[in-house]
Design a protein around this ligand. Structure first.
Ligand SMILES: Nc1nc2c(c(=O)[nH]1)N[C@H]1C(S)=C(S)[C@@H](COP(=O)(O)O)O[C@H]1N2
Ligand SMILES: [Mo]
Length: 323
C-alpha cells in the first residue's frame, strides 16, 4: 500500500504491490547514512535477538478458545500467516520475518496518557497477567484485497480501556507503535511520518469485537505479528490494527494515522471493510484468500461482522466510513 506520490522511477498506476521497484534505494541509503535494509543486518545481531531472554508470558499459552468468535471457513495455515506480513518498520515487502527478529521485547512498557484519571506506564508482563486471556478466530482483511483466518490470543480492548480509566470527556483512543530506527531501519525513511499511529473511537474500542492481541496459533505472539501487543479490529482494514504498541492516549481529537497522514484520499480514519467502495486504485469487491493457491472470495460488508458493529455507525451516513 505504497502511497508516496509517484515520480519517474516509480510504478505506473494499477500495480498494487510495487515493493520491489518502488523503493529508491540510492535515495534511501543517502538519507540513512548508509544503513542498509534490515535484510542485511549481520546474522549475529539477528541470532542474538532470537535467543533473547525467554518470554515471561510464553507459558500462558495456549489459552481457551471463545466459541462465540469463530469463522465459517478454514483457518489459514500457520506457516502462511506467520510468513506473509505487513510491518513497514522492517521492510516494504511481505517478507519481514527475519528483519523483525531484531526488535527487543523486554523491557517493554505501555504508557497510558492524555484524558485519563492518572497517567501511568505499565510493564507489559504486569499488563498481560492482569488481563483475561482467550482465543478468538477472526477473519482479517487487508486493504490490499487479501484475507486470512487467524486464531488470535488476547483480551478485549474494553478491558484495556477500563484499566486506563479515561475521563468521560475522552472520545478517541490514539495508539502508537514503538520508535527505534536502530532496530527498525525503515523508520529512517523520512518520507513516512513515523512512528506508526492509529486510532478509533471509544465506542469502537469498547465494542465486544475489539481485541488486544498477545498471541497467535496458541503461542505467544511472534515479532513479525506485532509482539508483544497489537490491536485487532476485524471489521476494519488491517492497517487500522497497529502492531507493537507502546502508547495509548485518550483524547477528544480524532487521531490521524500514519496512512491517513500520507494519503487521506485512500486511507481514512474509519476504514470499515466494504466490497462496494473501491480503493481509488483497485476494487474491494473480492479478496485473495491466503494459502489457498490464489482462490478468491467475495468481500463482506464490515468483513462479515455487521451484526456486531453496524449500530456504531447509525446516523453517520455522511462520514467516509468505508475507506
Ligand atoms: N506498526 C505497524 N502496524 C501495522 C502495520 C505496519 O506496517 N506497522 N501494517 C498493518 C497492515 S497494512 C496489516 S494488513 C496488518 C498485518 O498484520 P499481520 O502481519 O500480523 O498479518 O498489520 C497492520 N499493522
Ligand atoms: Mo494491510
Amino acid at each position: 500500500m505504497h502511497v508516496i506520490r509517484r515520480r519517474g522511477w516509480e510504478l505506473p498506476e494499477g500495480l498494487t504491490t510495487p515493493e520491489h521497484v518502488f523503493f529508491n534505494r540510492r535515495q534511501f541509503l543517502a538519507g540513512t547514512a548508509g544503513i542498509a535494509a534490515a535484510g542485511s543486518l549481520p546474522a549475529s545481531a539477528i541470532a542474538q535477538r532470537v535467543t533473547d531472554i525467554p518470554d515471561p508470558t510464553a507459558s500462558l499459552y495456549p489459552v481457551a478458545r471463545n466459541a462465540k468468535y469463530t469463522v465459517d471457513g478454514e483457518i489459514t495455515a500457520e506457516k502462511v500467516a506467520t510468513t506473509y506480513n505487513n510491518f513497514y518498520e522492517f521492510g516494504f515487502s511481505k517478507n519481514i520475518v527475519r528483519a523483525a527478529q531484531a526488535l527487543p521485547l523486554r523491557p517493554w512498557t505501555v504508557k497510558f496518557d492524555g484524558m485519563v484519571e492518572k497517567e501511568m506506564t505499565v510493564g507489559i508482563d504486569d499488563l498481560i497477567k492482569a488481563m483475561p486471556l482467550e482465543e478468538r478466530v477472526y477473519r482479517m482483511r487487508c486493504v490490499e484485497a487479501w484475507s486470512m483466518v487467524v486464531p488470535w490470543s488476547g483480551f478485549p480492548m474494553a478491558k484495556l480501556v477500563e484499566f486506563a480509566k479515561p475521563l468521560s470527556s475522552a472520545k478517541y483512543v490514539r495508539m502508537e507503535t514503538f520508535m527505534n530506527p536502530s532496530v527498525a531501519p525503515y523508520q529512517k525513511d523520512f518520507r513516512y511520518p513515523w512512528p506508526y499511529i492509529e486510532g478509533c473511537t471509544i465506542a469502537e474500542a469498547t465494542n465486544e469485537l475489539a481485541f488486544m492481541v498477545t498471541g497467535i496459533y496458541g503461542k505467544v505472539l511472534p515479532k513479525q505479528h506485532g509482539a508483544p501487543i497489537r490491536l485487532m479490529l476485524p471489521w476494519k482494514y488491517g492497517f487500522k490494527s497497529l502492531k507493537s504498541i507502546v502508547r495509548v492516549t485518550f483524547t477528544d481529537k480524532r487521531p490521524v494515522g500514519l496512512w491517513e497522514k500520507l494519503q487521506a484520499s485512500e486511507y481514512g480514519f474509519w476504514a470499515n471493510v466494504h466490497p462496494g467502495v473501491s480503493h481509488p486504485r483497485w476494487s474491494q469487491a473480492d479478496e485473495e484468500v491466503l494459502g489457498t493457491g490464489g482462490k478468491r472470495r467475495k468481500t463482506d460488508v464490515f468483513n462479515g461482522y455487521g451484526e456486531y458493529v453496524a449500530a456504531l455507525y447509525k446516523g453517520m451516513e455522511d462520514e467516509p466510513l468505508y475507506k
